[in-house]
Design a protein around this ligand. Structure first.
Ligand code: 5RP
Length: 237
């Protein structure tokens, strides 16, 4: 049975991404393109539709990865400088609760993702079934927080003093040094304790700590989520 679970998950990501692109992308749109592995399927579908339907869609990247995907697939690349109001942003998530509160930043891109999402008339999330939770923390146990490098020790202390849990500076593969974000910053992963329900207050508290650039908590931002399920269907919330 080795290999069955990852295949199902990949299928689920693709189903969710295709459904969201088919339902939300229209000709003439300014579209935010998220980051992560599920977005690769959304871009694939977008490319198919652009070729088949001759759609004109301007794509605003949320990360270096998204920028590369847009350029390599010869999609129209835009920027917030010239198009600061987007019709829609499609992005992945690390976990989504039943109120559509999100944990993002597994790939360290939450700051640009949040800026782009905040400029979009709607944020649509695409994910596989493992990201669908009633409450945050059922699947994903940490909140990624982008910070100015010199602040990583005091910020970590302030978060664990106030809320408990454990923080970890995200290290790169081989542990040769910290992961550096697209903005030249570090990422702290906060392994939060059980029982938190007011994520808006948690986000607001952390965001005000000097040195914090952005949290991976997206509260009241997503309008809709598409989850690919293991049976091949797609659930929308
Ligand atoms: C990157 C993100 C991604 O959207 C999130 O990690 C989901 O990625 P994937 O689609 O690979 O599961 O927030 O910072």
């Amino acid at each position: 049975m080795t290999g069955t679970v990852p295949d199902l998950k990949e299928q689920a990501k693709k189903k969710a991404a295709v459904a969201a692109v088919d339902e939300h992308v229209k000709d003439g749109m300014i579209l935010g393109v998220g980051s992560g592995s599920t977005i690769v399927y959304a871009v694939e579908r977008l490319v198919e539709r652009v070729e088949q339907e001759k759609l004109k869609v301007v794509c605003i990247p949320t990360s270096f990865q998204a920028h590369q995907l847009i350029v390599q697939n010869k999609l129209l690349l835009g920027s917030l400088d010239t198009t600061p109001i987007l019709d829609c942003a499609i992005d992945g998530a690390d976990e989504v609760d039943s109120d559509l509160t999100l944990i993002k930043g597994g790939g360290g891109c939450q700051t640009q993702e949040k800026i782009v999402a905040s400029c979009a008339r709607k944020l649509v999330i695409v994910a596989d079934y493992t990201k669908d939770s009633k409450t945050l923390g059922e699947q994903y146990k940490k909140i990624p927080i982008e910070i100015i490098p010199l602040s990583h020790v005091p910020v970590s202390l302030k978060i664990s003093d106030r809320f408990g849990g454990k923080t970890q500076l995200r290290m790169g593969k081989m542990k040769a040094g910290p992961v550096v974000s697209d903005n030249g910053n570090f990422i702290i992963d906060w392994f939060f304790p059980e029982g938190i329900t007011d994520w808006k207050s948690v986000h607001e508290y952390i965001k005000l700590i000097p040195g914090v650039v952005e949290t991976g908590l997206f509260v009241n931002m997503a309008e809709m989520a598409y989850f690919g399920l293991s049976d091949g269907s797609v659930k929308t919330v």
